[in-house]
Design a protein around this ligand. Structure first.
Ligand code: ADP
Ligand code: GLC
Length: 495
């Protein structure tokens, strides 16, 4: 099959979170199964133009106010670790100075959501059809990711299908319902679509326009990134007001768990850690722990459990309950328990400030503010436990990295965390992690306390648990095959 991925992020070119990892890994996995895959991505300033090949001629994209002209640049998706990729996935960059020639993907710290985002991503979603015409390549599947690319499903259904794309079907993956692209209706003008389509495609959201909602209504097939989150999103609690629309589309909606890139995230080949290791020989893990303690200025002590955390510092990740000044559980955990806490993250400024302050007040909590790939690997390898108290978690990648690195996850019972972590059961000697239900500072405190108690009192069981986690297979191949089934079903229904 010919598959075009339309996404606002893809590693190594542009990343704010797991979406970028997912798009590139899935593309590689599909290519390895023999499919022809291309990725379309906006060309932000962060992407070095000098390394890309420019296609000849400008490309006009019809928008509400007339054509917008852009250039197209081309490259090849490198393999994991930047190595040459044997399954050529081509990447096309839409280069439009006014829309993408600036720092930031969706915004900057001073302007977190660029005012013209609806226009920028409407343009991007429309540009992919012109791109296909330009390169003379008509895909069987246009696979859009999240709200920034969701309008490509709308354009296909209401305009392009009658116009060269009769055999193409659209797939939409929802990575995070917390971001829907809800903007003033004034922006609808930029789509160039009639007002009848506004209502028929499902843009209407009170007196606003909702880009993800329109994508969900219009896509031929859709999914989210874990089976449990798929169920949750059809409830009022987790649906972010789109639960009704998702229930309406439920016969074409499913959950497919993300995989992880086992070349990049693999303790046996990880070049960021002092010494590789495996379940058979864990010596390298002790070395990583020592290196982590040194790097973070924590007391070098093999007996004290290290808890790691790597996260975007935002409400979704439970950082309020964990680090909220005066009520968060991190302070009492570090005060009452003999543990060390190593944190890496960036995000909301109150949280960054609180982490700086906690690092000064507590000798056993150290935080690094920022984005650091190398440190992320060192934390995964050197920690004994990994904390993810997410409010909601569509899939989550870090808990899968943790399991592969023999680092025991402590997670909330939600979303993809349920599909990947099994709660510890002392009596039956089963489980790969520790879980709690309610997102409250007390629940986090008690569950971390339970894990720490097990560390000091049930050590053989902890070692067994690590090994059970390391045996889990989270490679992409299985999930990629499920996407192929999803595509095939959509193709057979549409034709
Ligand atoms: P989300 O996409 O919701 O942020 P995921 O668990 O799917 O959550 O993916 C997060 C990805 O971003 C992981 O690859 C994680 O290691 C990485 N990450 C998040 N914050 C940082 C950071 N500060 N430094 C390095 N990597 C980070
Ligand atoms: C989103 C979700 C995360 C998921 C990622 C990749 O950012 O928050 O849970 O792993 O997308 O699908």
């Amino acid at each position: 099959m010919k598959i075009l991925m339309a996404s606002s992020e893809a590693v190594p070119f542009a990343k704010t979170g797991g979406l970028a990892d997912m798009v590139s890994s899935l593309s590689r996995a599909l290519a390895a199964l023999g499919h022809e895959v291309c990725i379309a991505l906006p060309r932000y300033y962060g992407i070095d133009k000098s390394r890309l090949k420019a296609l000849e001629g400008a490309m006009g994209v019809p928008m509400g106010g007339g054509e917008e002209w852009c250039a197209v640049l081309e490259s090849v998706l490198p393999g994991p670790n930047g190595k040459q990729n044997k399954n050529n996935v081509r990447v096309f960059f839409i280069d439009h100075e006014k829309f993408f020639g600036r720092d930031g993907i969706y915004g900057t710290p001073s302007e977190p959501d660029f005012l013209d985002n609806p226009r920028r991503f409407t343009f991007f979603s429309r540009s992919i059809f012109q791109l296909c015409r330009k390169i003379g390549w008509y895909p069987d599947i246009i696979h859009a990711h999240d709200w920034p690319a969701a309008l490509s499903a709308v354009y296909l259904k209401f305009s392009e299908r009658f116009n060269n794309f009769a055999k193409t079907v659209s797939a939409l993956t929802v990575h995070n319902l917390g971001y829907q692209g809800i903007y003033s209706r004034d922006n609808y003008y930029h789509t160039g679509l009639g007002w009848d389509v506004f209502y028929r495609a499902g843009f209407e959201d009170g007196n606003m326009m909702n880009m993800l909602r329109a994508g969900i209504y219009s896509a031929d097939t859709l999914n989210t990134v874990s089976p449990h989150y798929a169920e949750e999103t059809m409830t009022g609690e987790y649906g972010f007001r789109l639960d009704g629309v998702l229930r309406y589309r439920s016969s074409s909606y499913r959950g497919i768990l993300n995989g992880i890139d086992t070349d990049t995230w693999n303790p046996e080949k990880d070049s960021f850690i002092p010494c590789p290791y495996s379940a058979k020989n864990m010596e390298g893990k002790s070395k990583a722990k020592k290196a982590l303690q040194k790097e973070f200025g924590l007391e070098p002590n093999a007996d004290v459990p290290v808890i790691g955390l790597i996260s975007r510092l935002t409400g979704q990740k439970g950082v309020g309950e964990l680090f909220g000044p005066a009520y968060g559980s991190a302070y009492p955990i570090c005060r009452d328990m003999n543990i060390q806490f190593a944190i890496l993250g960036s995000g909301e400024s109150w949280c960054e400030n609180e982490l700086r302050s906690l690092s000064m007040r507590l000798p056993n909590l150290k935080a690094r503010i920022g984005y650091d790939e190398r440190l992320a690997h060192l934390i995964e390898a050197g920690s004994d436990f990994f904390l993810m108290p997410s409010r909601y978690e569509p899939s989550g990648l870090n808990q899968m990295y943790s399991l592969s690195y023999g680092t025991i996850p402590i997670v909330r019972n939600t979303g993809g965390l349920v599909d990947t972590v099994e709660n510890f059961n002392e009596a039956t000697g089963t489980g790969t992690g520790f879980m709690f239900n309610d997102l409250t500072p007390d629940a986090i405190y008690n569950t971390v306390g339970w894990a720490v108690w097990a560390w000091y009192n049930r050590r053989p069981q902890i070692e067994e648990m690590r090994k059970r986690g390391m045996k889990k297979d989270f490679s992409w191949e299985n999930s990629a095959k499920k996407y192929v089934i999803m595509y095939e079903e959509a193709v057979s229904k549409t034709q």
